[in-house]
Design a protein around this ligand. Structure first.
Ligand code: ATP
Ligand code: MG
Ligand code: MG
Length: 383
Protein backbone atom coordinates (compact mmCIF):
# COMPACT_ATOMS: atom_id res chain seq x y z
CA UNK A 1 0.00 0.00 0.00
CA UNK A 2 0.97 3.64 -0.38
CA UNK A 3 1.89 3.91 3.29
CA UNK A 4 3.80 0.64 3.65
CA UNK A 5 7.36 1.89 2.91
CA UNK A 6 9.38 2.40 6.09
CA UNK A 7 11.16 5.71 6.52
CA UNK A 8 14.56 5.81 8.23
CA UNK A 9 15.48 9.10 9.88
CA UNK A 10 19.04 10.09 10.77
CA UNK A 11 18.58 12.02 14.00
CA UNK A 12 15.88 11.94 16.65
CA UNK A 13 15.82 15.52 17.95
CA UNK A 14 12.87 17.88 17.78
CA UNK A 15 12.81 17.94 13.98
CA UNK A 16 12.76 14.13 13.87
CA UNK A 17 10.06 14.14 16.53
CA UNK A 18 7.82 16.43 14.47
CA UNK A 19 8.48 14.27 11.38
CA UNK A 20 7.34 11.25 13.39
CA UNK A 21 4.16 13.12 14.38
CA UNK A 22 3.38 13.51 10.67
CA UNK A 23 4.35 9.95 9.77
CA UNK A 24 2.26 8.57 12.65
CA UNK A 25 -0.88 10.27 11.34
CA UNK A 26 -0.48 8.40 8.05
CA UNK A 27 0.38 5.06 9.73
CA UNK A 28 3.85 5.28 8.23
CA UNK A 29 6.58 3.66 10.30
CA UNK A 30 9.58 5.91 10.97
CA UNK A 31 12.75 4.19 12.18
CA UNK A 32 14.99 6.57 14.09
CA UNK A 33 18.76 6.40 14.33
CA UNK A 34 19.83 8.20 17.50
CA UNK A 35 20.39 7.62 21.21
CA UNK A 36 17.75 5.66 23.12
CA UNK A 37 14.96 7.84 24.42
CA UNK A 38 15.75 10.68 22.00
CA UNK A 39 12.75 13.03 21.53
CA UNK A 40 11.60 11.33 18.30
CA UNK A 41 11.81 7.80 19.73
CA UNK A 42 9.71 8.75 22.74
CA UNK A 43 6.59 9.12 20.59
CA UNK A 44 7.15 6.07 18.41
CA UNK A 45 6.69 2.62 19.97
CA UNK A 46 7.98 -0.13 17.67
CA UNK A 47 11.15 -2.18 17.48
CA UNK A 48 12.54 -0.71 14.24
CA UNK A 49 14.68 2.02 15.82
CA UNK A 50 18.48 1.88 15.82
CA UNK A 51 20.63 2.96 18.75
CA UNK A 52 23.71 4.93 17.80
CA UNK A 53 24.82 8.04 16.01
CA UNK A 54 24.17 9.37 12.49
CA UNK A 55 27.93 9.87 12.32
CA UNK A 56 28.72 6.14 12.72
CA UNK A 57 28.87 4.20 9.42
CA UNK A 58 27.83 0.93 11.09
CA UNK A 59 24.74 2.50 12.58
CA UNK A 60 23.75 4.04 9.23
CA UNK A 61 24.23 0.63 7.55
CA UNK A 62 22.05 -0.99 10.21
CA UNK A 63 19.30 1.60 9.71
CA UNK A 64 19.44 1.06 5.93
CA UNK A 65 18.60 -2.61 6.46
CA UNK A 66 15.36 -1.69 8.22
CA UNK A 67 13.82 0.79 5.79
CA UNK A 68 12.95 1.67 2.18
CA UNK A 69 13.92 5.32 2.17
CA UNK A 70 16.36 7.23 4.38
CA UNK A 71 16.18 10.90 5.22
CA UNK A 72 17.88 13.18 7.74
CA UNK A 73 16.69 15.76 10.26
CA UNK A 74 20.19 17.22 10.43
CA UNK A 75 22.86 17.86 7.76
CA UNK A 76 25.84 16.92 9.94
CA UNK A 77 25.64 13.21 9.12
CA UNK A 78 28.11 10.72 7.65
CA UNK A 79 27.47 11.19 3.93
CA UNK A 80 30.05 8.53 3.02
CA UNK A 81 27.91 5.95 4.80
CA UNK A 82 24.86 7.35 2.98
CA UNK A 83 26.70 7.09 -0.34
CA UNK A 84 27.43 3.43 0.41
CA UNK A 85 23.84 2.50 1.34
CA UNK A 86 22.34 4.48 -1.56
CA UNK A 87 22.72 1.39 -3.76
CA UNK A 88 20.32 -0.48 -1.46
CA UNK A 89 17.83 2.13 -0.22
CA UNK A 90 16.64 5.47 -1.53
CA UNK A 91 18.33 8.42 0.18
CA UNK A 92 16.34 11.68 0.11
CA UNK A 93 17.54 14.28 -0.41
CA UNK A 94 20.62 12.85 -2.14
CA UNK A 95 23.85 12.25 -0.21
CA UNK A 96 25.52 14.59 -2.72
CA UNK A 97 23.16 17.42 -1.73
CA UNK A 98 23.70 16.80 1.98
CA UNK A 99 27.50 16.57 1.52
CA UNK A 100 27.70 19.87 -0.35
CA UNK A 101 25.27 21.68 1.94
CA UNK A 102 26.79 20.49 5.24
CA UNK A 103 29.95 22.46 4.40
CA UNK A 104 28.71 26.05 4.21
CA UNK A 105 31.68 27.18 2.14
CA UNK A 106 31.21 24.39 -0.43
CA UNK A 107 27.47 25.10 -0.42
CA UNK A 108 28.14 28.73 -1.33
CA UNK A 109 30.74 27.85 -3.98
CA UNK A 110 28.16 25.56 -5.57
CA UNK A 111 25.38 28.16 -5.43
CA UNK A 112 27.67 30.80 -6.86
CA UNK A 113 27.92 28.81 -10.12
CA UNK A 114 24.18 29.36 -10.59
CA UNK A 115 24.29 33.08 -9.95
CA UNK A 116 22.69 33.02 -6.49
CA UNK A 117 23.47 36.37 -4.78
CA UNK A 118 25.42 36.01 -1.51
CA UNK A 119 27.67 38.06 0.76
CA UNK A 120 31.21 38.18 -0.56
CA UNK A 121 33.41 35.71 1.30
CA UNK A 122 36.96 34.35 1.47
CA UNK A 123 38.28 30.98 2.48
CA UNK A 124 40.95 30.71 5.19
CA UNK A 125 43.64 28.19 4.37
CA UNK A 126 46.02 28.53 7.32
CA UNK A 127 43.80 30.11 10.02
CA UNK A 128 46.57 32.56 10.90
CA UNK A 129 46.10 36.13 12.20
CA UNK A 130 48.03 37.45 9.18
CA UNK A 131 45.73 35.65 6.76
CA UNK A 132 42.58 36.91 8.49
CA UNK A 133 43.98 40.44 8.67
CA UNK A 134 44.54 40.35 4.92
CA UNK A 135 40.96 39.16 4.39
CA UNK A 136 39.79 41.96 6.71
CA UNK A 137 41.52 44.45 4.41
CA UNK A 138 39.58 43.03 1.47
CA UNK A 139 36.12 42.59 3.05
CA UNK A 140 36.24 45.46 5.53
CA UNK A 141 34.99 45.49 9.14
CA UNK A 142 32.80 44.27 10.69
CA UNK A 143 32.95 40.87 9.04
CA UNK A 144 31.59 37.48 10.10
CA UNK A 145 34.12 34.71 10.61
CA UNK A 146 32.36 31.38 10.11
CA UNK A 147 33.07 27.71 10.55
CA UNK A 148 32.53 25.84 7.28
CA UNK A 149 31.22 22.78 9.08
CA UNK A 150 29.15 21.74 12.11
CA UNK A 151 27.59 25.19 12.37
CA UNK A 152 24.15 25.70 13.93
CA UNK A 153 22.37 28.31 16.03
CA UNK A 154 25.25 30.69 15.39
CA UNK A 155 27.73 28.33 17.10
CA UNK A 156 30.41 28.65 14.50
CA UNK A 157 30.01 32.39 13.86
CA UNK A 158 32.19 35.14 15.30
CA UNK A 159 31.64 38.88 14.74
CA UNK A 160 35.00 40.41 13.93
CA UNK A 161 34.40 44.10 14.56
CA UNK A 162 37.94 45.27 13.95
CA UNK A 163 41.50 44.05 13.45
CA UNK A 164 41.88 43.93 17.23
CA UNK A 165 39.29 41.10 17.45
CA UNK A 166 41.30 38.76 15.24
CA UNK A 167 43.18 36.80 17.97
CA UNK A 168 39.96 36.23 19.96
CA UNK A 169 38.03 35.19 16.84
CA UNK A 170 40.64 32.63 15.82
CA UNK A 171 40.83 31.31 19.37
CA UNK A 172 37.03 30.94 19.56
CA UNK A 173 36.91 28.96 16.30
CA UNK A 174 40.28 27.24 16.51
CA UNK A 175 40.77 23.84 14.86
CA UNK A 176 37.74 24.43 12.63
CA UNK A 177 37.80 24.94 8.86
CA UNK A 178 36.96 28.63 8.35
CA UNK A 179 35.81 31.26 5.89
CA UNK A 180 35.00 34.90 6.42
CA UNK A 181 32.03 36.82 5.12
CA UNK A 182 31.47 40.48 4.37
CA UNK A 183 28.95 42.04 6.74
CA UNK A 184 25.40 42.03 5.37
CA UNK A 185 23.62 45.24 6.39
CA UNK A 186 20.14 43.77 6.28
CA UNK A 187 16.89 45.43 7.31
CA UNK A 188 15.16 42.11 7.71
CA UNK A 189 15.84 38.38 7.51
CA UNK A 190 13.48 36.34 5.36
CA UNK A 191 13.09 32.60 4.94
CA UNK A 192 11.25 30.30 2.57
CA UNK A 193 10.59 26.59 3.03
CA UNK A 194 10.93 24.79 -0.28
CA UNK A 195 9.56 21.32 -1.00
CA UNK A 196 11.25 19.41 -3.79
CA UNK A 197 9.14 16.59 -5.19
CA UNK A 198 9.83 14.15 -7.99
CA UNK A 199 8.73 16.69 -10.59
CA UNK A 200 8.12 20.00 -8.85
CA UNK A 201 9.75 22.65 -6.68
CA UNK A 202 7.04 24.05 -4.37
CA UNK A 203 7.32 26.71 -1.70
CA UNK A 204 5.57 27.96 1.42
CA UNK A 205 4.94 31.71 1.88
CA UNK A 206 7.87 34.00 2.63
CA UNK A 207 8.37 34.55 6.35
CA UNK A 208 10.31 37.02 8.47
CA UNK A 209 12.77 35.60 10.99
CA UNK A 210 14.21 37.41 13.98
CA UNK A 211 17.53 36.14 15.33
CA UNK A 212 18.86 37.04 18.76
CA UNK A 213 22.53 36.18 19.39
CA UNK A 214 22.43 34.35 16.02
CA UNK A 215 19.63 32.01 17.25
CA UNK A 216 16.20 32.11 15.69
CA UNK A 217 13.80 33.69 18.19
CA UNK A 218 10.64 34.63 16.28
CA UNK A 219 9.13 33.81 12.90
CA UNK A 220 6.35 35.93 11.39
CA UNK A 221 4.25 34.35 8.64
CA UNK A 222 3.78 36.14 6.35
CA UNK A 223 6.75 38.54 6.56
CA UNK A 224 5.48 41.89 7.84
CA UNK A 225 5.27 44.90 5.52
CA UNK A 226 7.13 43.24 2.68
CA UNK A 227 5.82 44.35 -0.74
CA UNK A 228 4.56 41.59 -2.95
CA UNK A 229 7.35 42.12 -5.50
CA UNK A 230 9.98 41.30 -2.84
CA UNK A 231 7.93 38.38 -1.63
CA UNK A 232 7.88 36.99 -5.17
CA UNK A 233 11.62 37.57 -5.59
CA UNK A 234 12.28 35.71 -2.33
CA UNK A 235 10.14 32.82 -3.52
CA UNK A 236 11.95 32.68 -6.85
CA UNK A 237 15.41 32.92 -5.25
CA UNK A 238 14.63 30.15 -2.76
CA UNK A 239 13.25 27.81 -5.40
CA UNK A 240 16.15 28.46 -7.75
CA UNK A 241 18.72 27.81 -5.00
CA UNK A 242 17.09 24.52 -4.00
CA UNK A 243 16.62 23.39 -7.58
CA UNK A 244 20.41 23.09 -8.06
CA UNK A 245 20.56 20.21 -5.56
CA UNK A 246 19.56 16.61 -6.19
CA UNK A 247 16.87 14.86 -4.24
CA UNK A 248 13.47 15.24 -2.70
CA UNK A 249 12.18 16.73 0.52
CA UNK A 250 12.05 19.97 2.50
CA UNK A 251 14.83 22.57 2.29
CA UNK A 252 15.03 25.73 4.42
CA UNK A 253 16.36 28.84 2.69
CA UNK A 254 17.48 31.84 4.77
CA UNK A 255 17.89 35.23 3.13
CA UNK A 256 18.86 38.82 3.93
CA UNK A 257 16.70 41.70 2.71
CA UNK A 258 19.17 44.56 2.29
CA UNK A 259 18.58 48.30 2.68
CA UNK A 260 18.22 48.70 -1.11
CA UNK A 261 15.53 45.98 -1.16
CA UNK A 262 17.81 43.47 -2.88
CA UNK A 263 17.99 39.91 -1.58
CA UNK A 264 20.97 37.76 -0.67
CA UNK A 265 21.03 34.14 0.36
CA UNK A 266 22.32 33.65 3.94
CA UNK A 267 22.39 29.85 3.89
CA UNK A 268 20.38 26.82 2.98
CA UNK A 269 19.55 23.63 4.92
CA UNK A 270 18.81 20.26 3.33
CA UNK A 271 16.01 19.50 5.77
CA UNK A 272 12.95 20.64 7.63
CA UNK A 273 13.80 23.87 9.41
CA UNK A 274 12.99 26.02 12.43
CA UNK A 275 11.69 28.80 10.17
CA UNK A 276 8.95 26.39 9.01
CA UNK A 277 7.51 25.27 12.35
CA UNK A 278 4.64 27.74 11.98
CA UNK A 279 3.31 25.61 9.08
CA UNK A 280 1.99 23.05 11.60
CA UNK A 281 -0.84 25.43 12.52
CA UNK A 282 -0.54 27.94 9.68
CA UNK A 283 -1.10 25.65 6.68
CA UNK A 284 -3.15 22.60 5.77
CA UNK A 285 0.03 20.57 5.28
CA UNK A 286 2.99 21.30 7.57
CA UNK A 287 6.61 21.20 6.39
CA UNK A 288 6.84 17.82 8.16
CA UNK A 289 3.78 16.44 6.36
CA UNK A 290 5.15 17.69 3.05
CA UNK A 291 8.60 16.25 3.66
CA UNK A 292 7.19 12.78 4.34
CA UNK A 293 4.98 13.01 1.26
CA UNK A 294 7.79 14.32 -0.96
CA UNK A 295 10.24 11.52 -0.11
CA UNK A 296 7.52 8.89 -0.65
CA UNK A 297 6.21 10.41 -3.91
CA UNK A 298 2.76 11.04 -2.39
CA UNK A 299 0.63 13.92 -3.73
CA UNK A 300 1.12 17.43 -2.30
CA UNK A 301 -1.65 19.77 -3.47
CA UNK A 302 0.12 23.17 -3.80
CA UNK A 303 -2.93 24.84 -2.26
CA UNK A 304 -2.19 22.98 0.98
CA UNK A 305 1.01 25.04 1.34
CA UNK A 306 -0.85 28.35 1.37
CA UNK A 307 -1.21 30.39 4.55
CA UNK A 308 -4.49 29.74 6.38
CA UNK A 309 -4.05 32.50 8.99
CA UNK A 310 -1.25 34.89 10.00
CA UNK A 311 1.01 32.99 12.41
CA UNK A 312 3.82 33.85 14.80
CA UNK A 313 6.22 31.24 16.14
CA UNK A 314 8.30 31.87 19.25
CA UNK A 315 11.16 29.56 20.17
CA UNK A 316 11.40 28.48 23.80
CA UNK A 317 15.13 28.49 24.43
CA UNK A 318 16.75 27.17 27.60
CA UNK A 319 17.45 29.94 30.11
CA UNK A 320 19.35 30.19 33.37
CA UNK A 321 17.41 27.45 35.20
CA UNK A 322 16.68 23.82 34.20
CA UNK A 323 12.90 24.44 34.21
CA UNK A 324 12.92 27.79 32.40
CA UNK A 325 11.13 26.28 29.39
CA UNK A 326 8.32 24.98 31.59
CA UNK A 327 7.82 28.34 33.26
CA UNK A 328 7.70 30.04 29.87
CA UNK A 329 5.25 27.58 28.37
CA UNK A 330 3.05 27.77 31.46
CA UNK A 331 2.37 31.37 30.49
CA UNK A 332 1.38 30.16 27.00
CA UNK A 333 -1.32 27.88 28.43
CA UNK A 334 -3.58 30.89 28.94
CA UNK A 335 -3.04 32.51 25.54
CA UNK A 336 -5.84 31.97 23.02
CA UNK A 337 -4.86 30.14 19.82
CA UNK A 338 -1.43 29.32 21.24
CA UNK A 339 -0.20 25.85 20.26
CA UNK A 340 2.53 24.62 22.56
CA UNK A 341 5.20 22.19 21.37
CA UNK A 342 7.62 20.89 23.99
CA UNK A 343 10.41 18.66 22.71
CA UNK A 344 10.92 16.50 25.82
CA UNK A 345 14.66 17.01 26.02
CA UNK A 346 14.77 16.89 29.83
CA UNK A 347 16.46 19.72 31.74
CA UNK A 348 17.02 22.99 29.91
CA UNK A 349 20.53 24.13 29.09
CA UNK A 350 21.18 27.78 28.23
CA UNK A 351 20.76 28.35 24.50
CA UNK A 352 19.20 24.94 23.81
CA UNK A 353 15.94 24.81 21.84
CA UNK A 354 13.44 23.25 24.27
CA UNK A 355 10.16 23.93 22.50
CA UNK A 356 8.16 26.48 20.55
CA UNK A 357 4.78 28.16 20.64
CA UNK A 358 2.76 29.23 17.60
CA UNK A 359 -0.09 31.73 17.77
CA UNK A 360 -2.47 32.16 14.84
CA UNK A 361 -5.06 34.92 14.44
CA UNK A 362 -7.27 36.61 11.86
CA UNK A 363 -4.74 39.45 11.49
CA UNK A 364 -1.01 39.77 12.15
CA UNK A 365 -1.71 42.64 14.54
CA UNK A 366 -3.98 40.42 16.62
CA UNK A 367 -1.39 37.62 16.66
CA UNK A 368 1.27 40.12 17.77
CA UNK A 369 -0.94 41.37 20.59
CA UNK A 370 -1.72 37.83 21.76
CA UNK A 371 1.88 36.59 21.79
CA UNK A 372 3.46 39.72 23.33
CA UNK A 373 2.93 38.67 26.99
CA UNK A 374 4.76 35.42 26.23
CA UNK A 375 7.62 37.23 24.48
CA UNK A 376 7.93 39.34 27.66
CA UNK A 377 8.14 36.20 29.83
CA UNK A 378 10.75 34.62 27.55
CA UNK A 379 12.81 37.82 27.63
CA UNK A 380 12.95 37.76 31.44
CA UNK A 381 14.15 34.13 31.44
CA UNK A 382 17.18 34.59 29.23
CA UNK A 383 20.35 33.18 30.67
P1 ATP B 1 21.44 28.14 11.76
O1 ATP B 1 21.02 27.82 13.16
O2 ATP B 1 20.41 28.96 11.01
O3 ATP B 1 21.93 26.95 10.99
P2 ATP B 1 24.18 29.06 11.55
O4 ATP B 1 24.94 28.78 12.79
O5 ATP B 1 24.39 28.14 10.39
O6 ATP B 1 22.66 29.18 11.91
P3 ATP B 1 24.08 31.51 9.94
O7 ATP B 1 22.70 31.22 9.51
O8 ATP B 1 25.12 31.59 8.90
O9 ATP B 1 24.58 30.53 11.12
O10 ATP B 1 24.10 32.88 10.76
C1 ATP B 1 23.26 33.06 11.89
C2 ATP B 1 22.79 34.50 11.94
O11 ATP B 1 23.92 35.38 12.03
C3 ATP B 1 22.04 34.95 10.70
O12 ATP B 1 20.68 34.57 10.75
C4 ATP B 1 22.25 36.46 10.79
O13 ATP B 1 21.39 37.03 11.77
C5 ATP B 1 23.68 36.57 11.29
N1 ATP B 1 24.63 36.63 10.14
C6 ATP B 1 25.15 35.58 9.47
N2 ATP B 1 25.96 35.98 8.47
C7 ATP B 1 25.96 37.33 8.50
C8 ATP B 1 26.62 38.35 7.71
N3 ATP B 1 27.43 38.05 6.71
N4 ATP B 1 26.37 39.64 8.06
C9 ATP B 1 25.55 39.96 9.08
N5 ATP B 1 24.93 39.05 9.85
C10 ATP B 1 25.11 37.75 9.58
MG1 MG C 1 23.11 26.88 9.47
MG1 MG D 1 21.15 30.15 9.64
Amino acid sequence: MWNSPKVGILGGGQLGRMLVESANRLNIQANILDADNSPAKQISAHDGHVTGSFKEPDAVRKLAETCDVITAEIEHVDTYALEEVASKVRVEPSWQAIRTIQNKFNQKEHLRKYGIPMAEHRELVNNTPEELAQIGEQLGYPMMLKSKTMAYDGRGNFHVNSKEDIPEALEALKDRPLYSEKWAYFKMELAVMVIKTKDDVLSYPTVETVQEDSICKLVYAPARNVPDAINQQAQALARKAVSVFEGKGAFGVEMFLLEDNSLMLCELASRIHNSGHWTIEGCALSQFDSHIRAILDLPIPPKSLELLQPSIMLNIIGGATPDSHLKATQAALSIPNASIHLYSKGAAKPGRKMGHVTVTAATMHEAETMIQPLVDVVDTMRA
